[in-house]
Write a protein that binds this ligand. Structure first.
Ligand code: PLP
Ligand code: COI
Length: 341
């Protein structure tokens, strides 16, 4: 292996850092072309491309970890491939076949191996596959051409606090997605729709937002970039909603929690239940597990406090187990990890 890149591994932000290569594949004339390796960070396309006007774009986020044994482990890539296929279907883009997704992701990691952070620095390689419509037109219709790219970036924790409790604002005057809209797929438009709420929360000193269901405004939906969970009476509880992204981290935590002897409930979580939780948190690839120390309700200013500044016991246990499996410290009993050769 080539020597590791010269980066301050222990202090990486969750941001874009230039690496050596990205990989690209074009969809034209109804089929996928060959996977290409590229070292440019630029994309050239027609100014009338559907992505620029009608938002035809979907993306994924997954991580690779370097273990104590120096091996590179990729977490649950097949789940991301599947979800990306759902996203493509949701906004009428061609599906990326699982084999192409795999080839692209594995190749871009191998090509940028020197950017996979060393073990024990709290960092990982974030992998960002994305697809967008490059065909042009002015009428609203799906593009006839697409570009699928995967780039990578070594990253630290999404929330600057790392594994320390953050405060969240539960917003009532903003919606992220409609019940039968695109909230359950990973399309760029969802994130544009959430920007104002996020700005509002950050201006108030909060790390991020929690959205309510947009129909009844009674149930917890999810956080800006992550799912929500609460713990009470030895039960891991997480919202069931048609407008949230099915988080692969959350699904993994449900399995781990069950394995550790806790009960699991995936159901509607009424706002009132916030007063009953012993621990709450946000979970996602970028967020990993981020304990929530305090939730403030936007209109009433009512506060729910969960910690004395420390992550809760079960949250900690889940975090250790999740990271342990991802890095190879704990045996992968679920078949979640692929070791790259
Ligand atoms: N919810 C939203 C809106 C997200 O952007 C993400 C991140 O991907 C998640 C939840 C967590 O999903 P996952 O655990 O698959 O990364
Ligand atoms: C992820 O966790 O992978 C995400 O996509 C969340 C965020 C960076 C948008």
């Amino acid at each position: 292996m080539s020597e590791l890149a010269n980066l301050d591994w222990g202090n990486l932000p969750f941001d874009y850092i230039r690496t050596d290569y990205n990989v690209r594949c074009y969809w034209k004339d109804g089929k996928w072309g060959e996977l290409e390796v590229n070292s440019s960070e630029q994309v050239t396309m027609h100014m009338g491309a559907t992505v620029l006007h009608y938002g035809q774009e979907a993306f994924e986020g997954l991580k690779a970890f370097r273990g104590k044994d120096n091996k590179i482990r990729l977490f649950r890539w097949e789940e991301n491939a599947k979800r990306m296929q759902n996203s493509c279907n949701g906004i009428l883009m061609p599906e990326i076949p699982t084999e192409l997704f795999k080839k692209a992701v594995f190749k871009v990691i191998k090509l940028n191996e020197r950017f996979v952070p060393p073990y024990g620095k709290g960092a990982s390689l974030y992998i960002r596959p994305f697809i967008f419509g490059t065909g042009y037109g002015v009428g609203v219709k799906p593009s006839n051409e697409y570009l699928f790219i995967v780039f990578v970036s070594p990253v630290g924790p999404y929330f600057k606090t790392g594994f320390n409790p953050v405060n969240m604002l539960l917003v009532k005057n903003f919606d992220r997605a409609a019940p039968l809209g695109t909230g359950n797929i990973k399309v760029g438009g969802n994130y544009a729709a959430g920007l104002k709420a996020m700005k509002f929360a950050k201006a108030g000193g909060f790390a991020n937002v929690i959205f309510l269901d947009s129909k009844e405004k009674k149930y917890i939906d999810e956080c800006g970039p992550a799912n929500f969970f609460g713990i009470k009476n030895g039960t891991y509880i997480t919202p069931k909603s048609e407008s949230i992204l099915p988080s692969i981290t959350n699904k993994s935590l449900e399995k781990l929690a069950e394995h550790l002897g806790y009960k699991i409930e995936r159901r509607k979580v009424p706002l009132d239940e916030l007063s009953e939780f012993e621990e709450v948190g946000a979970c996602g690839t970028a967020a990993v597990i981020t304990p929530i120390g305090k939730i403030v309700i936007q209109d009433t200013g009512k506060e729910f406090v969960y910690t004395n500044g420390e992550p809760g016991k079960i949250t900690k246990e889940l975090y250790t187990n999740l990271l342990g499996v991802q890095t190879g410290d704990i045996p992968d009993e679920f078949g979640w990890v692929t070791i790259l050769d």
